[in-house]
Design a protein around this ligand. Structure first.
Ligand code: AMP
Ligand code: MG
Length: 492
């Protein structure tokens, strides 16, 4: 059976310095673990074709579908603050682009598909664990309504990869609005190749920010648009307790999607200083640092765009600074209005910010679970009977009681009440998130015992994060005290 992809590969038509043409390295025994049927349909792909032997071989990089133009893209990046002039897709290969059912152009990329000219010392492969982690967390983010790359499929390769030990190899098919990163701009800017920076900026405008094309200053409009999208994105991360873990400039998408799921994790207990990543020893990418890091990364993007902004360097710098200064307000607006919704406050009144901050501070002191506190507040908003369940999340519940009294007074000024308010709160306060202990348990079952039932179950629950699903109530629970995960590891 032929597997049809209606490829139209705009990135492969850019100058040849943007990528290396390279085919995936064949694998021995491809085996389909998971196909995202719904996403396949959205992409205009036929899930039945994809699940055939030929389809699975494509998803494993063993067979190149018609119309694909496999490339590894070039990029640079600041990793933990240090500039690395050449990174690039070392273990990922872009097969091509397709325009989805809604007219949006999407990249189809194989991650873990073998070495490329950008692999440096790496093997170009991915182990099963990180592939499952990315599948779970990226799909959970999508279900939460947060911009993200998607997972179309996960396949086992039949080959082993060598990490600390031998591990089963796997390939993830990643779908993204594009794979342009801040690091892609840095790659060309660092080489002084202004024409390439311009071509890349034009491509980004055409693809993601068509309105910028008609602006008086299109490249400034591009910068402003990326800043706005990133500010919104990071606000949404914070509102669900997400920590990306490696916010290097090469892991920050120009399209404003969450990308490159490595040691990412969600908070259980609320503490803004939380760091999970084993490689983030100084806490650069801690939960609460994410807005400041996003702004730092966007400053690197602005530097790349300087030669395009104005004729005169000083004017360019002035424009870039003004654009960057909008980040803080944009982030705060999105974050604060998100927090208000989480507390059932639809109108905006003086004192709201202090009230929310006060709750957060008390959550830190009381070691309260982030997700459950907000979710249970949606019941407590119905009346003080709901307080028992929230109180139980605090080591010392007295500070909550005091706060709840003030919160109820404030709720009294809201037009919405009762079950309508509960419903709107439940739409923004997830019941389930991909808790680390669950993700780790799924990976362990898959890698150690070849059991994929837990993976399927977790995906089912996370597909409807704002609903409590019968039979799956335990997924909302925080880890037992001795089952907390404190460290997460990179995808490699
Ligand atoms: P990441 O950790 O995904 O942000 O990757 C950082 C850089 O390391 C990128 O250039 C990757 O392509 C490269 N890389 C990560 N893992 C591997 C691997 N197993 N083989 C080759 N390159 C890799
Ligand atoms: Mg990366």
């Amino acid at each position: 059976m032929t597997v049809r992809f209606a490829f139209d590969n705009s990135y492969a038509r850019l100058p040849s310095s943007f990528y290396a043409r390279v085919s995936p390295t064949p694998v021995s025994a491809p085996h389909l673990l998971k196909l995202n049927q719904e996403l396949a349909v959205q992409l205009g792909l036929n899930p039945v074709e994809l699940a055939t032997q030929a389809g699975v071989e494509i998803l494993a990089g063993k067979r190149i579908p018609e119309g694909a133009e496999p490339i590894a893209t070039a990029y640079a990046g600041h990793q933990f603050g240090q500039f690395v002039p050449q990174l690039g897709d070392g273990r990922a290969i872009l097969l091509g682009e397709i325009v989805d059912q809604e007219g949006v152009r999407r990249d189809i990329q194989l991650k873990g598909s073998g070495r490329t000219p950008f692999s440096r010392g790496g093997d170009g492969r991915a182990a099963l664990g990180p592939v499952l982690r990315e599948y779970i967390v990226s799909e959970a983010m999508a279900a939460l309504g947060i911009p993200t790359t998607r997972a179309l499929a996960a396949v086992m390769t039949g080959d082993e990869v060598i990490r600390e030990t031998y591990l089963p190899g796997a390939v993830l098919t990643r779908v993204a609005s594009s794979h342009m990163r801040i690091g892609t701009f840095e790659f060309f800017a660092a080489r002084g190749d202004v024409d390439a920076v311009r071509a890349l900026a034009d491509h980004a405008i055409a693809r993601h920010y068509p309105d910028a094309a008609g602006a008086a200053r299109p490249y400034l409009a591009l910068l402003e648009s990326v800043i706005a999208r990133q500010a919104n994105l990071v606000a949404q991360w914070l509102l669900v307790g997400f920590i990306h873990g490696v916010m290097n400039t090469d892991n920050m998408s120009i399209a404003g999607e969450t990308i490159d799921y490595g040691p990412c994790a969600f908070l259980d207990i609320y503490n803004p200083k939380t760091v999970f990543s084993s490689i983030d020893q100084l806490g650069r990418y801690a939960y609460a640092n994410q807005p400041a890091i996003a702004q730092w990364n966007l400053t690197r993007l602005a530097e790349c765009l300087l030669p395009l902004l104005a004729e005169d360097q000083d004017k360019s710098v002035e424009q870039a600074q003004e654009a960057l200064s909008a980040f803080a307000a944009r982030f705060s607006d999105a974050y604060n209005s998100g927090l208000r919704s989480k507390l059932g406050l639809l109108s905006e009144r003086e004192g709201d910010l202090a009230l929310t901050q006060d709750l957060l501070d008390r959550m830190v002191a009381g070691k309260a679970d982030f997700t459950l506190t907000f979710r249970r507040l949606s019941e407590a908003a119905m009346g003080p009977e709901g307080d028992v369940a929230v109180r139980s999340l605090f080591e010392d519940p007295a500070p909550y009681d005091d706060w709840a009294e003030r919160w109820r007074k404030r709720l009294g000024q809201e037009p919405q009440e009762g079950s309508a308010r509960r419903a709107s709160m439940q739409r923004v306060n997830p019941a389930v998130i991909p808790r680390n202990h669950r993700v780790e348990a799924v990976i362990e079952a898959a890698v150690e015992k070849q059991e994929f039932g837990p993976f399927e179950d977790l995906l089912t629950v996370l597909g409807k994060p704002y609903e409590v699903q019968p039979g799956f109530a335990s997924y909302a629970e925080p880890p037992p005290r001795d089952g907390r995960v404190y460290k997460t590891f990179c995808g490699t």
